[in-house]
Design a protein around this ligand. Sequence first.
Ligand SMILES: Nc1ncnc2c1ncn2[C@@H]1O[C@H](COP(=O)(O)OP(=O)(O)O)[C@@H](O)[C@H]1O
Ligand SMILES: [Mg+2]
Length: 366
Amino acid sequence: MIIKSIEIENYRNYDKQEIIFDEKTNIIYGDNAQGKTNILEAVFLSGTTKSHRGSKDGEIVGFGKEDAFIRAVYKKNGVEQKVNMQLRSKKKKSVSVNGQPLKRAAELMGLVNIVIFSPEDLGIIKSGPALRRRFMDMQLCQLDKSYLYDLTNYNKIVGQRNKLLKSMGKMKEISDTIDVWDEQLVFYGTKVIKRRKQFIKDLCPVMKKVNSDISGRDDKFEVIYDMDCSDEEYEYRLKKNKEKDLIYKTTSAGPHRDDLKFFINDMDIRVFGSQGQQRTAALALKLSEVEFVKMNIGDTPILLLDDVLSELDSNRQNFLLSSIRNIQTIITCTGLDDFIKNRFTIDKCFNVKNGSIEVKDQKGEI
Ligand SMILES: Nc1ncnc2c1ncn2[C@@H]1O[C@H](COP(=O)(O)OP(=O)(O)O)[C@@H](O)[C@H]1O
Ligand SMILES: [Mg+2]
């Protein structure tokens, strides 16, 4: 699938801007803080309803403005899909597809598939577990609406359960109400765990292949779903931890504590890997995401690369750029030097200056 164009209005530092993308490789270059990432964020948002930076709608609306608009045109299986979005500070966003308003923004999920790779993702192996859970969730939510539904309910119930644990109510009442919540937690939690388990099982061989393509070596490579507790034992664990939860006033067991582990030749990359191995694994993880979407929907996702090329050495840069030839990619960077020097193909080139975009030729000239 491809994104044909996007128009943003009152969006961060943009007043009104339309961008028409090429079907292949698009480069957006410009100095820092000019608005490169903002464009990728708007594209990601228009496909997933979420900012990849985790920003709230109110932070995205241009300073001093009431509301922001995104109008994106996608092409999927030869059919145009028009996604319109209105973001406001204190209200929920409204979304329409081809002129039809959606009841809930989340209904948009699954219409388009986008994979974004940003500098923070390079640290995904090394960082805390939240980023790794987010990786699983972003993938699964885009591919599986029932997962999105189960996860949303699960998170809601964990939040309510924690609120109850923190409340100053009578111990007996809290304890009884918790039992009611726990039935629901087990219902949704086990579904989340099962789906994640299957996802990692499917992802593992894909990632092994991508990793050996990048490193040029046939290493043993494993991704392990390091679940906090299995679907079978979840109910038991909740019961067992109940007293502890009442004392510490938080829910201690469940998939909100899950993690992923990566092993190369039986070595835990997070703990023992070199920075190079960690970066290769992070890059492999992102490219596996692309492969995984292809396998699941029989179409390519849109790939967004936010300022990651300068963070990779030339071998990994080459690998990345050669593996994206058949997929629509939007790349941001500060300069075009590497592209020109290495003769990488650029199909369309944009320059950003202070919230305004100009189309340039492939040497960065008009
Ligand atoms: N809500 C907002 N309203 C207006 N400007 C904003 C808003 N949020 C961020 N900005 C501006 O956007 C710019 C950063 O854009 P960004 O796309 O992150 O830059 P870069 O080109 O480095 O990727 C900064 O100048 C920042 O002040
Ligand atoms: Mg940026």
